[in-house]
Design a protein around this ligand. Structure first.
Ligand code: FES
Length: 186
């Protein structure tokens, strides 16, 4: 059985969780689960352990199973340790027709890993995901908050080379966004 007692979000993250929860009527805090899971992921090296999900359940005052259900449904949440940059290549129809599969093979070869794996240096994790709503600019991939579109092998290779030098974790919600959340409306 997991225990969340060793998990502690930063004061900024906790404040942001409260700010987001105040958007919802009393007793409906569960509706804040998606942004709070993004915060949790930014606070926890880019992935959600059972302990972190239990901690989130405590914040939302819901059962842990309710958090597991949501976190395991959406591909943007990682349930095992990941690299600093998680590459999410869209593999749905339009992207597939325009070469997503070949793009995945290209990235696998370039990084020396298979889909679902992380490079030994902990820099990249490669995932395939369903439609990211950018079908008009297929094929595409998402890394952190950024969409990379109209990809060719050459363009994709250059993008990955740029990320290689990055020291910090790249997540859907940057740690900066959690620290400085004045742009997040209450
Ligand atoms: S099919 Fe790839 S973004 Fe929609």
């Amino acid at each position: 059985m997991s225990t969340s007692k060793n998990i502690q979000f930063s004061p900024e993250a906790l404040e942001l969780c409260q700010k987001i929860m105040r958007r919802y009527p009393q007793g409906k805090h569960k509706s804040a689960i998606l942004p709070i899971l993004h915060i949790a992921q930014a606070e926890s090296n880019g992935w959600l352990s059972p302990e972190v999900m239990d901690y989130v359940a405590g914040i939302l005052r819901i059962q842990p199973i309710e958090v597991y259900e949501v976190a395991s449904f959406y591909s943007m949440f990682n349930l095992k340790p990941v690299g600093k940059c998680v590459i999410e290549v869209c593999r749905t129809g339009p992207c597939w027709l325009l070469g997503a599969e070949d793009l995945v093979r290209f990235i696998e070869k370039k990084l020396g890993i298979k889909e679902g794996q992380t490079t030994p240096d902990g820099m990249f994790t490669l995932k395939t995901v369903e439609c990211l709503a950018s079908c008009g600019t297929a094929p595409m991939m998402q890394i952190g908050e950024t969409y990379h579109e109209n990809l060719t092998f050459d363009k994709c290779g250059k993008i990955l080379d740029e990320y290689k030098g990055k020291g910090e974790l790249v997540t859907h919600w940057k740690k900066e966004k959690v620290k400085n959340h004045s742009d997040i409306k209450q």
